[in-house]
Design a protein around this ligand. Structure first.
Ligand SMILES: C[S@@+](CC[C@H](N)C(=O)[O-])C[C@H]1O[C@@H](n2cnc3c(N)ncnc32)[C@H](O)[C@@H]1O
Length: 288
């Protein structure tokens, strides 16, 4: 190791100050990996990914994106697993801080955008509390990929003056705690993350709050991936149409989702599930 007296030099995270080697502090990058298609990764995300010593990733990050990491980077999956131990959020926070304290460049790679239902805020707070520098690289959130690939805008002059992202996640059998009255108003788009298992309840609540059962709805599973599936349906049929999907999937409800049926240039011929009240998007386009 080179020693440089009286000034500072950095060799692979070791800093020599006046002859005494100390570890330079590491950094944690919270990076949005986008919805799956590696071409939807930002240039900045790619650059940071390729400079990482350690990549701590969740299950929504696609293999194609992980393949862009350098071969020397250590990959750690903290994906939720059914049969094996899943990492609690506290454990992930501690892991990020510990690696950074070792002087490593840590990338916390998360599906979509780290600050949209991604618990990125908690990781940022844990780093700040530990005095670790934490920087954020935004990502393309799943809602953007889902609406774009279906050719259905989230806002649209005259029919979608607002868009709201909500979580559909609730304990089994429970109703998500949302502002139903506000979401029940017409001419706005409601985008539901993690809503597949509560789709029927969400549909019922929106209708009870005043939204018409005939409001167009779009369900997109695996948005931007090779196995993407899209179902164009209505609010009244949201639960039935979602039943055969396993996710990850976005539910999007709103008048402008009618455009997914009317057409667009973004590949509405992707396979959709021809079942239970849902129309194949490709069929709908052909007959429109
Ligand atoms: C924990 S949230 C993470 C969201 C992520 N941070 C984002 O910005 O897209 C997980 C939910 O995002 C949605 N999701 C994520 N990736 C998706 C994809 N490629 N296609 C459809 N939905 C997706 C699903 O609703 C899934 O249950």
């Amino acid at each position: 190791m080179a020693k440089v007296k009286g000034r500072q030099s950095r060799i692979e995270n070791l800093v020599v100050i006046g002859g005494a080697p100390v570890r330079a502090p590491g950094v944690v990058w919270l990076v949005g990996a986008g919805p799956g298609d590696p071409e939807l990764l930002t240039l900045k995300a790619l650059k940071v990914l390729q400079g990482a010593d350690v990549i701590v990733h969740d299950g929504l990050v696609s293999d194609e994106v992980l393949a862009l990491a350098t071969s020397t980077a250590r990959l750690i999956s903290v994906a939720k697993r059914k049969s094996r131990h899943s990492y609690a959020q506290d454990e992930i926070n501690r892991m990020l801080v510990a690696f950074a304290c070792e002087g490593l460049t840590v990338v916390r790679l998360k599906g979509g955008d780290p600050f949209i239902f991604g618990r990125g805020g908690e990781e940022l707070a844990a780093c700040r509390e530990a005095g670790v520098v934490c920087k954020v690289v935004p990502g393309v959130t799943a809602a953007f990929a889902a609406s774009a690939s279906a050719g259905a805008p989230l806002t649209h002059r005259g029919s979608a003056q607002a868009v709201t992202f909500v979580t559909g996640h609730a304990a089994k059998g429970e109703i998500p705690d949302l502002d139903w009255e506000s979401l029940g108003r017409a001419n706005q788009t409601v985008v539901i993350y993690m809503g597949l298992s509560s789709a029927a309840t969400i549909g019922e609540r929106l209708i009870a709050a005043g939204r018409s059962g005939s409001t167009p709805a779009l369900i997109v599973e695996n948005a931007s991936r090779d196995d993407e599936r899209r179902i164009a349906t209505t609010l009244a049929k949201l639960g039935v149409a979602s039943a055969a999907l396993t996710g990850p999937a976005m539910l999007i409800v709103g008048e402008s989702m009618a455009l997914a049926i009317a057409g667009g240039e973004s590949g509405l011929d992707a396979a959709a599930i021809p079942a239970m009240g849902a129309r194949r998007v490709s069929d709908a386009r052909g007959k429109a």
